[in-house]
Design a protein around this ligand. Structure first.
Ligand code: 5RP
Length: 234
């Protein structure tokens, strides 16, 4: 377990209070948080979690975190999730683990979102990590063309779109929601907000990996401590 990721997850645990409903993110850092949360639950902490992927659901079950159906809760108090890139305004690229649709559904309704990362995820400009876009498999080629055009319109210079393949190379990766992922390598995304709105307007796009104005706490884990930063959003 990476010490930096563990320290970030431990700092996020300090934000958890008795009685909270928590969005449980996906990926290796979020899974460390879920494991540590399980320890607290065994120690008497009363929380319920909403997993954002089949993998984080399995992790929560393994470590004894009680789960609840998102349709059955009045509020989600805090979501804790990782990220693939984070800029100085806490804008994110997510979806490296192909879970961005459920992650965004839950983050968007959460009262707070804490992002837990190691320092390698911090960037000056978003875009070096290929932006994942989750699309309906129907007419995926047409949708890919529209994504390319939208990225050009948003000021991206070099664009390469690739349908993500499953690891064993047997065909396109299928997300938990039954969709495909188109990874968009742009090097730099000069205007993440415009890019987000143009991508969201394409009918075949289920969701994209730009998380704009969602994170309000950023926790950067280091080898021996974690730095916690807040941003106030209007
Ligand atoms: C999954 C995600 C993850 O949060 C992101 O890929 C970071 O993962 P890790 O903590 O393993 O680096 O967006 O869709």
């Amino acid at each position: 377990m990476s010490k930096a990721k563990e320290n970030a997850a431990l700092a996020a645990l300090d934000m958890v209070e008795h009685g909270m409903t928590l969005g449980l993110g996906s990926g290796s850092t979020a899974e460390i948080f879920i494991e540590l949360l399980g320890d607290k639950v065994r120690g008497g902490l009363d929380v319920q979690g909403i997993p954002t992927s089949k993998a984080s659901e399995a992790c929560a079950i393994e470590f004894g975190v009680p789960l609840i159906n998102p349709d059955k809760v009045e509020a989600i108090h805090l979501t804790v999730d990782g990220a693939d890139e984070v800029d100085k305004d806490f804008q994110l690229i997510k979806g490296g683990g192909a879970c961005l649709l459920r992650e965004k559904i839950i983050a968007d309704v959460s009262e707070h979102m804490a992002v837990i990362v190691d320092p390698s995820k911090m960037v000056e400009n978003l875009g070096a990590f290929p932006l994942p876009v989750e699309v309906d498999p129907f007419a995926v080629g047409l949708t890919a063309e529209r994504i390319y055009t939208a990225l050009k319109q948003a000021g991206c210079d070099e664009i390469e779109t690739t349908i993500r393949l499953e690891k064993r190379g047997k065909g396109p990766l299928v997300t938990d929601g039954g969709n495909y992922i188109i990874d968009c390598a742009c090097k730099v995304i000069p205007d993440p907000r415009l890019t987000a709105s143009l991508l969201a307007s394409i009918p075949g796009v289920m969701e994209h990996g730009l998380f704009i104005d969602l994170a309000d706490t950023l926790i950067i884990g280091e080898e021996d401590h974690a730095k916690v930063m807040e941003i106030v959003r209007e």
